[in-house]
Design a protein around this ligand. Structure first.
Ligand code: CTP
Ligand code: MG
Length: 212
């Protein structure tokens, strides 16, 4: 199976307060770690960066300009995936995803499996509420019926293309495959594969990196 990877690094890092994906973790950037992990499974790696950013130092084979939303940035990368059987999509902001995890999602694809994504158990109790907080509790969600989903996410190229043809936006690619009725399965994710969203997450990642 010919596998390409798209590492999306074109966000503005509003919640972090900076383009977090280009800050350092050890001796390389957060994005460079994500590109290197993607390379463990993909023979071709595309990094998608903001318009004004020169991404040639991140270790990818191709640098492309992103869009206004994460989904639009994925579509920028998808335009360069012709000839591949499967595509792995990874958030640059998850620099601690292991190469094992990349292999796990790719290995789970098959004739009847269009997509494979990592999920981890939710440890908190979950409530359905009436709206933004403060809100009224409506019910308790059975925690065993949900998972928190991560990247890398692997897809058969044909299904991913069909899913993105809608031009819709979602917080992950699996959501767009769900919309077209494609089969997506969840494999075991990694609690260490935390997304860098706020400065606290980077402090945590730096500690993990030093311990490893
Ligand atoms: N991303 C992207 N293009 C966008 C928005 C997001 O490539 N238009 C990427 C980010 O760079 C990140 C990943 O998608 O690697 C996950 O997004 P998120 O963690 O939300 O990052 P940001 O959108 O940059 O952060 P924020 O939502 O706080 O602005
Ligand atoms: Mg975002």
């Amino acid at each position: 199976m010919r596998i390409a990877a798209i590492v999306v690094a074109a966000g503005s890092g509003e919640r972090f307060g900076a383009a977090k994906q280009f800050l350092s973790l050890g001796s390389s950037s957060i994005t460079a770690h994500s590109v290197a992990a993607a390379r463990s499974v993909a023979s071709f790696v595309i990094v998608v960066v903001p318009a004004e950013y020169d991404g040639r130092g991140e270790g990818a084979d191709v640098v492309v300009e992103g869009g206004a939303t994460r989904s639009a940035s994925v579509r920028s990368g998808l335009a360069h995936c012709a000839g591949y059987d499967a595509v792995v999509i990874h958030d640059a902001a998850r620099p601690l995803a292991s190469s094992d995890l990349f292999h796990r999602v790719v290995d789970a694809l098959g004739p009847d499996v269009d997509g494979a994504i990592p999920g981890v158990a939710v440890v908190d109790t979950l409530k359905m509420v009436s709206g933004s907080l403060p809100a009224t509790v409506l019910s308790t969600v059975d925690r065993d019926t949900v998972v928190a989903v991560q990247t890398p996410q692997a897809f058969r190229l044909s299904a991913l293309r069909t899913a993105h043809a809608s031009g819709l936006n979602a917080t992950d690619d699996a959501a767009l495959l769900e919309e077209i009725g494609a089969t997506v399965i969840v494999v075991a994710g990694e609690t260490s594969n935390r997304k860098i969203t706020t400065p606290d997450d980077l402090v945590w990642a730096q500690t993990q990196w030093e311990l490893a």
